[in-house]
Ligand binder design. Structure first.
Ligand SMILES: Nc1nc2c(ncn2[C@@H]2O[C@H](COP(=O)(O)OP(=O)(O)OP(=O)(O)O)[C@@H](O)[C@H]2O)c(=O)[nH]1
Ligand SMILES: [Mg+2]
Length: 204
């Protein structure tokens, strides 16, 4: 059943895994759905698109999101987790290491998250860092769906080629990939359907 978002608001943010782990037991009572991808792929924008309002900070400059940010839907029925992007070359090595730790530490904390959306920019060739993330999710048995993001930037035929390319690169079927756009709302219904099934399963 599709999830119908009645309300959405900022809930909490964490600068490091230790801070998150301190609260994880309480937070994990609520199913979490996490958005991962390279910096600038459109994760925060997609959360805003789903919420129907601007709750997550977005930026033209990659590397905007530096914390784990939780947004609560319907008064705590589900959390959307916005996490920093990976693969942004300009940040210092130390900081990049820290981000890797934050992302991996969060994803591997027991019981979180219930589903991961991996955003791959539809205009850019699939990256080695995305492949690494997919391998990481497979090997840790984390359930995920790949999204072809910023689909509004491509024409129908080009988008179709891009989806095929992403599917081939990640050894997925093309029907497994959902094309999304935060500008046109493309894919919103499919994402809400997926979120609905995750929430239903965790409430059963
Ligand atoms: N045309 C178009 N632009 C988008 C879309 N989604 C995001 N953008 C733009 O892409 C840029 C990055 O968006 P963000 O949502 O901040 O990306 P992010 O993945 O959260 O980036 P980090 O927090 O740095 O990892 C912004 O300038 C957005 O306006 C989309 O669906 N279509
Ligand atoms: Mg962001």
């Amino acid at each position: 059943m599709a999830f119908k978002i009645e309300s959405a608001e900022f809930a909490a943010s964490f600068a490091d895994v230790a801070a998150y782990k301190n609260r994880a037991a309480a937070l994990c009572r609520v199913p979490q759905i996490c958005f991962v991808g390279r910096s600038n792929a459109g994760k925060s924008s997609l959360i805003n698109m789903l919420a129907g309002k601007k709750i997550a900070r977005t930026s033209r400059e990659p590397g905007r999101t530096r914390l784990i940010n939780f947004f609560s839907l319907d008064g705590g029925r589900v959390f959307l987790a916005d996490i920093p992007g990976y693969g942004y070359a300009k940040v210092s090595k130390a900081e990049r290491g820290g981000w890797g730790e934050l992302i991996e530490g969060y994803l591997l904390t027991a019981d979180a998250p219930k589903h991961i959306f991996l955003l791959a920019d539809a205009r850019i060739d699939p990256a080695a860092s995305d492949k690494k993330m997919i391998d990481f999710m497979y090997s840790n048995r984390l359930p995920f769906t790949v999204l072809a993001a910023k689909a509004d930037k491509l024409s129908g035929a080009a988008l179709s080629r891009s989806v095929q390319k992403i599917a081939t690169a990640f050894c997925l079927g093309r029907d497994d990939i959902i094309a999304v756009s935060s500008v046109t709302n493309l894919g919103r219904a499919a994402l809400l359907e997926k979120i609905g099934s995750v929430v239903e399963r965790s409430e059963a």
